[in-house]
Design a binder for this molecule. Structure first.
Ligand SMILES: [Zn+2]
Length: 328
């Protein structure tokens, strides 16, 4: 049953933080890591070529957010052209791409624009969503569900200033971050460093929705993979990149540890991984944008009846996880 020589039930791709922009290479904010803006689309193309041409071609791709860089708004070719450039590559896959939104998506577009754009996947075949909400579930085969969270549900990004979610976010930032520039973590210690404007939180309604979805999955013996742009386990990423209410999220996942298989995130370009106290594996995918030409950073997941083989390419690591319930 666990024999890898068996053909997978299905395969899918995972990629994070492409952050493409038609501009010269640069550095991250602290100038410690190089960003290869223009080459990012070449790495995306290479990933797609691999996904299409392998023995078990991918059925779909999970895109973990920040598909284009915020700089596109003021530099390079502009947001729309940059989005068209990456979408041309993704379209060549001729398979669904399920998008998740990150801070850079909101630097380019408003939330309302994103909801009506190609970057909203909740209405695709095999998906189930709630009207006007960015979070949704994917049902690729019986006994397997993927939850795509909206990690910027409560956020200072993407909303009109009159929106209660924006006001809620500004209240949190004002209370937790003493700096006039709310992207600045100076003076914050440990996991308090997460209270910066480029992160966000999951609101009450979404938490309730998630809990209901997991309750049902557990009762029906469905394996669940959860994805979100920001990590939720402190030891799987830099504390600077954590979801504001990561503890609440972790507690919910822990209550449904009998069906939750793993949590996939991006946002922290270094990548990381760890298993939480409930035995759930958290994988933070390395960012394509900070991956040097000649290597890459994506994964291909082979789903077998009893396990997931997550095959990392380049700086992405590989993992093998047992499923909670046998696929039928
Ligand atoms: Zn991000």
């Amino acid at each position: 049953m666990m024999d890898c020589t068996n053909r997978p039930v299905l395969s899918f791709g995972v990629i994070a933080d492409v952050q493409y922009a038609d501009m010269e290479d640069g550095y991250n904010f602290s100038r410690t890591r190089k960003r290869y803006y223009r080459n990012a689309v070449n790495l995306l193309r290479e990933a797609i070529s691999c996904w299409k041409n392998r023995d078990s071609p991918v059925k779909f791709v999970l895109q973990l957010g920040d598909i284009i860089d915020g700089f596109n708004r003021s530099r390079g070719s502009g947001s729309d052209i940059a989005l068209q450039t990456v979408m041309r590559e993704l379209d060549s896959l001729q398979a669904p791409v399920y998008h998740n939104w990150g801070n850079h998506d909101f630097y380019n577009f408003s939330r309302q624009y994103l909801m009506n754009s190609v970057l909203f996947s909740g209405h695709l075949t095999d998906c189930s969503s709630v009207p006007n909400c960015a979070y949704y579930t994917i049902h690729p085969c019986p006994k397997l569900m993927i939850v795509s969270l909206d990690c910027y549900d409560v956020s200072a990004l993407g909303y009109e200033e009159s929106d209660t979610k924006y006001q809620q976010a500004m209240e949190i930032l004002t209370q937790k971050n003493p700096n006039p520039e709310k992207n600045d973590p100076r003076g914050l210690e440990g996991d308090q460093r997460r209270f910066v404007k480029f992160n966000g939180g999951v609101g009450e309604d979404q938490l309730d929705w998630l809990e209901k979805k997991l309750l049902q999955a557990q009762a029906e013996e469905v394996n669940v993979i959860v994805m979100g742009h920001t990590p939720v386990l402190a030891s799987s990423a830099d504390w600077l990149d954590l979801l504001w209410n990561y503890e609440e999220l972790l507690a919910i996942l822990g209550r449904y540890k009998d069906c939750v298989v793993c949590y996939l995130a991006g946002h922290d370009h270094t990548g990381g991984h760890d298993t939480d106290e409930h035995g759930i594996l958290h994988i933070t995918m390395p960012g394509v944008i900070e991956t040097a030409p000649g290597t890459n950073a994506y994964s291909t997941v082979d789903v077998y009846r009893n396990k997931l083989s997550i095959l990392g390419e380049g700086t992405a690591e590989s993992f093998h996880i047992n499923l909670k319930f046998t696929l039928t």
